[in-house]
Design a protein. Structure first.
Length: 147
């Protein structure tokens, strides 16, 4: 079993936890002294009050949206998925984007995102003069069709 070390940077911070035994992600909480309003199509950086340390460089913490906030309110991480590298020891903050047409207020200690600890492949890099050919080739966005 892997271990995630979590340190409170702020004394009132909440330690991440799973909502249910089957949850893949652990909820992250806004560590705020007062509410923060995010206007439509604006961003805000929300502190969590914690720092984390995955057990090795082969793991990282990935910050994802909370489904309810994203679908119902349009509030999700501004960078889609945040990556907390295994050697970062600063405060974990979540950049939230309000993609809705309504202002949204983040309340102190509200669940704002979820963190998933996942393995990271660290391949050796080999520079080559060519790559193998495939049916798709260099076809980009939309090149495989809709159906």
């Amino acid at each position: 079993m892997s271990v995630l070390k979590v340190m409170k940077i702020r004394p009132d911070a909440k330690i991440p936890k799973r909502a249910t035994e089957g949850s893949a992600g652990m909820d992250l909480y806004a560590c705020l002294d007062q509410p923060v309003e995010i206007l439509p199509h604006q961003r805000a950086l929300i502190p969590t009050g914690i720092a984390v340390a995955p057990e090795s460089p082969r793991y990282a913490a990935f910050i994802y949206a909370r489904s309810g906030l994203a679908i119902k309110k349009g509030i999700a991480p501004a960078n889609c998925v945040g990556v907390v590298d295994s050697d970062y020891r600063g405060e974990v903050c979540v950049g939230l984007l309000n993609s809705s047409e309504e202002p949204f207020t983040v309340e102190p200690f509200e669940r704002i995102a979820q963190v998933v600890i996942a393995p990271v492949e660290l391949p050796e890099i080999e520079e080559v003069d060519s790559l193998d050919t495939t049916e798709r080739g260099a076809g980009g966005f939309g090149s495989t069709g809709k159906k």
